[in-house]
Design a protein around this ligand. Structure first.
Ligand SMILES: Nc1ncnc2c1ncn2[C@@H]1O[C@H](COP(=O)(O)OP(=O)(O)OP(=O)(O)O)[C@@H](O)[C@H]1O
Ligand SMILES: [Mg+2]
Length: 368
């Protein structure tokens, strides 16, 4: 009994193996095999029926046979071609996903058809290469943009600010040397205007690229930015940072700074908020940033579904910056219940021999 079950099991395993081998044939051979099978069946049955029907000479049976043969041939060909072409259908679906911007999709490689598998592998390799190329292009563009901002900021600070300062000194000397009271008042007004312009130019220069970000690091730059933001926008910001042991790579500091800047700008522009919270935490494997506000909130999925041509660049830019550092951005927002943006960027610190002995940079402040 047990031995007959064993024989049955071995037989079905062999059959499955044969069937898999048959299915693994290239598309050309599958079609050839199926059509040969249809022709063989048709010829054998046709010959058999022709000899049987010679006496009866029944035209109806003959027509029936032809029709049946046709239907069987169409059904077998349809089923086979549908099965054989299914990898191409899946490849087309993957192509459509890639065209819609999802570069993470992959064409399935399932070992059923060597030709289709080779096509899918080639397509996947091409997709990975395009993804890699577009990532490195985006990194280059962002780098060039930051460099250009740095250059303009320096030029504004070194050139324009110096000229305005000289102008202020000349005006002060002129004010003292003129005798007429009316002329002195006019010069004083002009000096106030020049002073205002100088402050605006300095602010613009720091806003473009705070030198603190390069010279002192992320935390001092953020502290400066949040202080200015509160004064200009009238929104209280609760800022806290913990776990940051030492400076992060430059591109990461820039990305985090710009993401927080864009989030707080959005809060000021769209949220009608009274208060915002910024939290920066370095964990064992990642930097976590959370920017929240108590504003009006918005329908984030709907905004993100809108084609990029029809919406602002801020949220997309944040996601792009995070994804270029293999990070992610999560946006939670509810009408009248505020918005919370959570960013996670993986970070790899080289092992530090006296790691545990180092104090961590930690702070909690309401920068005013
Ligand atoms: N904190 C927020 N509170 C309320 N609505 C927001 C908030 N952040 C974003 N939004 C909504 O999401 C939309 C898209 O934001 P995004 O930053 O991408 O573009 P934008 O701010 O309109 O333009 P840009 O950033 O290019 O100057 C905004 O127009 C706004 O409607
Ligand atoms: Mg914006």
């Amino acid at each position: 009994m047990a031995s007959s079950e064993q024989t049955h099991g071995t037989l079905s395993a062999r059959l499955t193996e044969r069937l898999n081998k048959l299915l693994a044939l290239p598309l050309l051979y599958k079609v050839l095999f199926a059509n040969s099978l249809v022709i063989l069946l048709g010829a054998t049955l046709g010959t058999y029926l022709a000899t049987r029907l010679k006496d009866t000479n029944s035209l109806v049976v003959l027509v029936g046979f032809v029709l049946l043969g046709l239907i069987i041939s169409v059904v077998i060909n349809y089923a086979l071609l549908k099965f054989a072409l299914s990898p191409l259908t899946r490849l087309r679906e993957t192509m459509q996903q890639a065209q819609a911007g999802d570069m993470t999709s992959k064409a399935p490689v399932n070992g059923f058809d060597p030709d289709a598998d080779a096509l899918a592998k080639t397509f996947n390799t091409m997709l990975a290469a395009i993804d890699e190329l577009s990532k490195s292009r985006a990194i280059q563009i962002l780098h060039a943009q930051e460099q250009e901002r740095k250059r303009i900021a320096r030029e504004l600070h070194d050139e324009t600010s110096q000229v305005l300062t000289s102008l202020l000194i000349s005006l002060a000397m002129l004010e003292e040397s003129v005798g007429s009271e009316a002329a002195r008042v006019r010069i004083a007004d002009t000096r106030a205007l020049a002073h205002q312009t100088l402050r605006a130019v300095r602010n613009l220069s720091i806003d473009l690229r705070p030198s603190a970000l390069d010279d002192l690091g992320l935390l001092p730059a953020l502290r400066w930015y949040i202080k200015e933001y509160q004064q200009q926008c009238g929104i209280e910001v609760d800022f806290s940072a913990s776990g940051l042991k030492e400076r992060l790579p430059a591109e990461m500091e820039t990305a985090i700074y710009r993401i927080i800047q864009e989030s707080l700008t959005n809060t000021a522009k769209h949220a009608h908020a009274h208060k915002a919270w910024v939290t920066l935490t370095e964990g064992a494997t990642a930097i976590n940033v959370r920017i929240a506000d108590d504003g009006c909130g918005f329908d984030a999925p709907a905004v993100l579904r809108t084609p990029w041509q029809d919406r602002g660049l801020g949220l997309g830019g944040m996601m792009e910056r995070a994804s270029l550092l293999n990070g992610s951005v999560d946006i939670q927002s509810q009408r009248e219940r505020g918005t919370t943006i959570s960013v996670r960027i993986p970070v790899k610190r080289p092992p530090h021999p006296v790691d545990s002995a180092l104090p961590t940079q930690s702070e909690s402040q309401v920068a005013r």
